[in-house]
Design a protein around this ligand. Structure first.
Ligand SMILES: Cc1cc2nc3c(=O)[nH]c(=O)nc-3n(C[C@H](O)[C@H](O)[C@H](O)COP(=O)(O)OP(=O)(O)OC[C@H]3O[C@@H](n4cnc5c(N)ncnc54)[C@H](O)[C@@H]3O)c2cc1C
Length: 444
């Protein structure tokens, strides 16, 4: 029986990944990892105030995204918490918050369907510019916060130092990168994934595509008036360009004329995702496996919670978490995010290893004489590859579902959020899923 390398659970990530901690001076982000911290954040959630002021930088946003990203909290339990804070007779008071959670569910489902295509332009840019007009090198002045624009530089610093940006700031920064600097959105998305504690290819890339117009009918832009409406004077008061030269000081029409060649794709440009692929994505309640006597549990980065369904099903069986060296390198994951993940993992009853995930899980299963590996779902294509590798070694892989945020009676139309939301919103509010409404026949 193969022996196991020592347990790395209590080894600080600074010791595991010294090169990352040497180049990144920010070792802690805005949030502590782990279920205790997650529940504290959830206790502060105020869905009613959220509905009133979430667009303002000082509004009541919930800041639970890193916990959702790493499965410390599930969308279903965050939704339940939101609904529990409003009268049962008036769930619509939490409408805005539940609707925002639904964007997360929606983008995650799209990612599960298209996989690595989230890194490609779904559609052409509707800016009149061809994709080749967008630079691939990400500029250092943006990355280091040295553009001379007080707002952009403050956001760049906040991203690097805290791993969090308000949704409005993400939209503004992305629009600056893509439309003012004409940099391909993938460069900005990679930069965000490195630093955001909640960075994931589904919610990050698909929002970048929304801003860029590669998954929307027109590009998102903003102007100084909008900035001041939601952020006040905090940036402009400190900006050397406030009295002249501000690139955001204009009407929307003038900005659009200045930044774009038109409102349609450049001739000959095409996208990479055929909308038909998203029109009827099968949905079935995921089956719950039955326990096997010889299982081990594999905990991965999308569900780092002591409430993990496979850990709960197998409280007495050995569990493993593997730091995915390749992925951490590929995404250049920042020190603060590694600290966050480490803090989550420390709360789990898992043996911690590092390296090639499939190889280490196989080694762990063999060391415990296991024929079954029990885990939880993930939308990522990498997860599927690892599962296939385990199966090719003769292991049975059980996927224990987490509580669903929303259910559907029919295949989901994921072409646009509005269609998906129409199908699932009843169940997202705890009612039975509704059948899609029949469209009234057109009068001729
Ligand atoms: C360019 C860009 C990149 C983004 N990258 C990510 C990312 O990598 N990971 C990520 O989770 N979100 C991302 N978002 C969406 C959104 O900005 C964050 O989810 C939100 O700001 C997280 O803070 P919060 O928990 O305080 O959000 P709240 O406003 O309190 O919302 C609660 C939850 O609803 C969900 N949500 C809210 N807005 C969105 C949205 N537009 N899209 C998807 N889900 C949403 C999130 O799960 C969020 O945690 C991005 C948005 C943009 C414009």
């Amino acid at each position: 029986m193969p022996s196991l390398p020592p347990d790395l659970r209590d080894v600080p990530p600074a010791q595991l990944f010294p090169e990352v901690f040497a180049r990144d001076p920010h070792h802690h982000g805005f949030a502590r990892g782990g279920r205790t911290a997650a529940l504290e954040a959830l206790a502060r959630l105020d869905p009613v105030q959220y509905g009133r002021d979430r667009s303002s930088l000082d509004g009541h946003v919930s800041r639970v995204s890193p916990y959702l990203r790493h499965g410390v909290l599930t969308l279903a339990e965050v939704r339940d918490a939101a609904l529990s804070r409003v009268p049962a007779s008036a769930p619509s008071r939490a409408w805005k918050y539940v609707n925002e959670l639904s964007w997360h569910d929606y983008f995650t489902r799209v990612y599960a369907e298209v996989g690595d295509l989230v890194w490609q332009d779904f559609q052409p840019y509707k800016t009149g510019w061809p994709a080749s007009a967008y630079t691939h090198d990400f500029p250092e002045d943006i990355a280091q916060g040295r553009t001379g624009l007080a707002c952009v530089d403050a956001w760049s610093r906040e991203l690097r130092e805290t791993g969090y940006l308000h949704n409005h700031v993400r939209m503004w920064l992305a629009a600056y990168v893509v439309h003012h600097r004409r940099i391909w959105w993938q460069g900005g998305a990679s930069w965000f994934i490195t630093h955001l504690l909640d960075g994931d290819p589904a919610n990050n890339n698909l929002n970048w595509q929304w801003v860029a117009s590669t998954w929307r009918a027109f590009p998102y832009i903003w102007n100084r008036g909008t900035l001041q409406k939601y952020a006040g004077e905090r940036y402009c008061a400190a900006c050397p360009l406030a009295q002249g030269g501000c690139p955001f000081e204009d009407t929307y029409a003038a900005l659009s004329d200045r930044l774009f060649r038109g409102k349609a794709p450049a001739p000959g440009e095409t996208g990479r995702v055929n909308p038909a692929r998203l029109k009827a994505v099968p949905w079935e309640p995921p089956p719950t496996p039955t326990t096997a006597p010889d299982a081990v549990v594999w905990v991965h980065g999308d569900r780092l919670s002591p409430t993990h369904e496979a850990l709960t099903a197998y409280p007495d069986r050995p569990a493993v978490f593997v730091w995915d060296d390749d992925l951490l390198r590929h995404w250049a994951v920042s020190a603060k995010r590694q600290t966050f993940i480490h803090e989550c993992v420390q709360e789990l009853p898992a043996h911690v290893l590092r390296g090639d995930v499939a190889a280490e899980v196989i080694r762990f299963a063999r060391a415990h004489g296991a024929g079954t590996v029990a885990t939880t779902p993930s939308p990522s294509p990498r997860f599927r590859t690892i599962v296939a590798a385990l199966q090719s070694e003769g292991l049975t892989v059980q996927v224990w579902p987490e509580p669903a945020f929303a259910a559907s009676l029919s295949p989901l139309d994921l072409r646009v959020h509005a269609n998906y939301w129409q199908q699932v919103s009843a169940s997202a509010f705890g009612r039975p899923p509704a059948l899609p409404k029949k469209r009234a026949a057109r009068q001729t």
